[in-house]
Design a protein around this ligand. Structure first.
Ligand SMILES: [Ca+2]
Length: 391
């Protein structure tokens, strides 16, 4: 046996001896991915309710469901889809936010695609009341109606501000980029209203209640379908679909212009390219896959207790590449990036945190999967004890 081979065998033996004891446990990833439920009716927005169930809108059927993540039981609520519901292309039952007092008032804010009375394509933000005892959705109260609509680029992510005063909702450009630069159009905007639908007088373009500009928070968007408030800074962040390149991550500042629809051509003012002269321009925090979009869908900031090292980290999912990203943020800068899921479950639509502190992700399919990321269960320490000799 050569000295080289002998040395290699000694090294291998040492590695085999050391790994099970300690280093392997540190080298192993600190999380595992579990399939919670399969066969879900194309979820678009997933939200945990105070009773621990996961409520979700179903894009194509226009229905609302509640999933018990322990038993797997799924409740389907009656009273939906709403009248003149519209499902085609990317349109359908989309964003939802549950009121912080959902347990007592049953309010859900839902943004969905509709037809108006003349049959034009629109989108609408409404408040519904969910009667948990009767299992039915009632009492639709439109809050922003109409918004522009098309087969594609219907926006419709909705979130409630941390102070429980305001609703923010995103609207896409309805495939007409120039609408995003027009303060007299609802296309390509973020809107801010009080939860009862009334208009805050301090909105940046408030003009005697004139619509829609009095509702506008930010403009110049293509189709932003992720919204979330940072848990400590209070900044409103957003993921936005790029056309064929440059998906964006933005911080949405009152009155700022995010550039889409400026100038001419489908690639004018992308990221920070060709954005000279754009009024009120706010550049993105980051662009992803500049040569081809990853198709950013929803995002959230982690505020659970199961991954203390990830508290305040930004998570977002992608459709085209089926990824779950984790970004560590320092104020408005990304300081660390990790991809936790990379295409093995197909298109990913939504991400949220559960009451158990685990991270829940839904796929984008007619027969969809709910996944969760949980900490790896610690293996007991296996010390290399000497043999106990009898005698
Ligand atoms: Ca932009």
């Amino acid at each position: 046996m050569s000295r080289h081979l002998l040395w290699m065998m000694i090294c291998l033996a040492m590695a085999a001896t050391i790994l099970p004891g300690g280093d392997a446990a540190h080298a192993a990833p600190g999380y595992e991915i579990q399939v919670v439920k399969t066969g879900l009716d194309r979820p678009w927005s997933i939200n945990f309710a105070p009773d621990g169930r996961l409520f979700f809108t179903a894009r194509n059927s226009g229905r609302l469901y509640a999933l018990n993540i322990t038993t797997g039981a799924v409740q389907s609520f009656g009273g939906l889809p709403p009248a003149r519901f519209r499902v085609e292309g990317e349109a359908g039952m989309l964003g939802m936010a549950l009121d912080p007092d959902f347990a007592t008032n049953g309010w859900a804010y839902i943004c969905y695609s509709s037809f108006d009375e003349a049959g034009n394509r629109r989108n609408r933000l409404s408040r519904f009341t969910i009667d948990l005892a009767a299992g039915i959705v009632t009492g639709e109260r439109p809050l922003i109606d109409p918004m522009v609509g098309a087969t594609h680029h219907n926006g419709c992510r909705v979130v409630i501000s941390p102070d429980n005063q305001y609703l923010f909702v995103s609207m896409g450009d309805a495939v007409v980029p120039s609408l995003a630069q027009d303060l007299d159009s609802t296309g390509g905007k973020t809107f801010r209203i009080f939860k009862d639908g009334s208009i805050p007088l301090d909105n940046p373009f408030y003009d005697n209640g004139r619509l829609p500009r009095s509702l506008i928070w930010t403009y110049g968007h293509r189709n932003h379908q992720g919204l979330a408030f940072h848990p400590t800074t209070g900044d409103l962040w957003s993921t936005e679909h790029g056309p064929d390149i440059m998906d964006e991550l933005n911080v949405l500042i009152a009155g700022r212009n995010y550039g889409w629809g400026w100038g001419s051509g489908p690639r004018s003012c992308l990221g920070t390219v060709n954005c000279d002269g754009v009024p009120d321009f706010m550049p993105p925090v980051a662009v992803f896959n500049t040569d081809s979009t990853v198709a950013t869908s929803d995002m959230m900031f982690y505020t659970g207790s199961s991954f203390p090292a990830w508290f305040g980290d930004l998570f977002f999912v992608t459709l085209k590449t089926g990824r779950l990203y984790r970004l560590k943020i320092d104020n408005r800068t990304i300081v660390e990036q990790e991809i936790l899921i990379n295409g093995q479950y197909g298109r990913l639509r939504d991400v949220t945190v559960g009451p158990d502190g685990f991270i829940y992700v839904s796929t984008d399919a007619t027969d969809a999967i709910l996944l969760r990321i949980r900490p790896t269960i610690e293996r007991p320490y296996r010390a290399l004890l000497p043999l106990v000799m009898r005698g």
